[in-house]
Ligand binder design. Structure first.
Ligand SMILES: Cc1ncc(COP(=O)(O)O)c(C=O)c1O
Length: 396
């Protein structure tokens, strides 16, 4: 008998994927150059040349049986040690290799982190606007996802709503900074307040509340800033990372969970992730990828194009008359739509071949997301089209 739950999910296809497929089909009709496709968060810059040459070198020189053999179930020791050293150096942490678990991207990291610290029926809290895939990620664990309404002033945390939502049923809190879709970078003050509140509630409820910190955009921060490291603020933190965006490797499926050494049962969580893998059939990411990213651990792609694109779009949108919070990082911007119904707004934009993602699936009505991981030249060409759309349809 087929599973009715997964069958029912077929009706709820990702809005982002649907729009991206539409953009590709439209591109086949009118030329993809003429479609201003702001739908998908697929990096637009190549991985660093060092990464490519290291991979080629490894394939040429390493002993094939060893290189392509099974990874140890808790990861290649060289990978785990290199990641731990890099995090310690950059963020003043004291991870050892035993606190690092390699995963298939951030999605794989979240799948393990969520299962390690919740059981079916528990509550996981996250904050709007949020990455829509959090819903299936959490549903798949049997836990329940509660959404705290957005702080639309600056897309930090709406603490009044958060304090009201937290309760004895809360097992974990899931944050994403820098944030997809708002581009907000949580400040040290936000993280400090979050940590203080969680510590107080842990004491009050007499159980741990884990912070799961999803950080695939950690390296994409603008204006020369950096993302304060959430695990520095709160001991019970599981950090989920991926090189999908920073090294432009989303198809390679490589990331990790880092367990704060001060977390409850910190020494058990990575071995537990190994057990979770047995049930999910995940196992480790490819050995080659683990070894290859370890060789370029402190490098990134040239990420500067995202800041260039953000500045162009932010300036254009504000001068057109959009209400928009300036992103601190990522490659997303999240302006207010020009009518309350964001889906209707994005449908009208499609007539101008502007592919914008309505905000409902991010848990906030009335906004839209633009993923500006596209060529700067195309961003520039899209600006007069945005102006025409806003003028002709909304009189701006
Ligand atoms: C906020 C957020 N979390 C997780 C993921 C999944 O990342 P990965 O491709 O590394 O699995 C994404 C991908 O876009 C994302 O935006």
């Amino acid at each position: 008998m087929i599973n009715e739950d997964y069958k029912a999910m077929l009706g709820g296809k990702s809005v982002i994927r649907t729009l991206s497929e539409y953009a590709t089909a439209r591109g086949a009709e009118i030329g993809y150059d003429n479609v201003f496709d702001y739908s998908l968060g697929n990096p637009s810059v190549p991985c660093p040349p060092d990464f490519t040459s290291d991979v080629i070198d490894m394939y040429r020189t390493a002993e094939p049986v060893k290189l392509h053999g099974y990874s140890p179930s808790l990861g290649q020791p060289a990978f785990c040690e290199t990641v731990a050293d890099s995090l310690n150096r950059r963020f003043g942490m004291d991870y050892t290799a035993g606190h690092i678990f390699p995963t298939t991207g951030a999605a794989g990291a979240l799948a393990h982190a969520l299962r390690a610290v919740t059981k079916p029926g528990d509550e996981v809290i996250t904050f709007a606007p949020y990455f829509p895939e959090y819903q299936p990620y959490v549903n798949g664990t049997g836990a329940h996802l509660t959404i705290v309404p957005a702080d639309t002033e600056n897309f930090q945390i709406n603490f009044d709503a958060f304090e009201a939502a937290l309760g004895p049923q809360t097992a974990a809190v899931l944050i994403n900074t820098p944030n997809n879709p708002s581009g907000a970078v949580y400040s040290a003050a936000t993280l400090q307040r979050l940590a203080d509140l969680l510590r107080a509630r842990q004491t009050e409820y007499g159980h741990d509340i884990f912070l799961i910190s999803d950080e695939p955009y950690r390296e994409i921060v603008f204006d020369g800033g950096t993302q304060p490291y959430p695990a520095k603020f709160y001991d019970n933190t599981l950090t989920c990372y991926s090189w999908s965006k920073s090294l432009s490797l989303p198809g390679e499926r490589i990331g990790y969970v880092a367990v704060n050494p001060r977390a409850t049962d910190a020494e058990l969580i990575v071995p537990m992730c190994g057990q979770i893998s047995r049930g999910t059939g995940h196992n480790c990411p490819s050995s080659t990828m683990q070894l290859a990213v370890a060789k370029v651990i402190d490098e990134t792609s040239d990420l500067s194009v995202y800041e260039t694109n953000m500045n162009l779009l932010y300036d254009a949108l504000t001068s057109i008359g959009f209400d928009v919070v300036r992103p601190g990082g990522t490659f997303y911007i999240f302006p207010k739509a020009l009518e309350d119904d964001a889906t209707a707004f994005c449908m009208k934009a499609k007539d101008y071949d502007l592919i914008l993602v309505p905000s409902e699936s991010f848990g906030v009505p009335g906004y839209f997301r633009m993923a500006y991981c596209i060529d700067t030249e195309k961003v520039k060409r899209s600006i007069p089209v945005l102006e025409r759309f806003a003028h002709e349809v909304y009189g701006l």
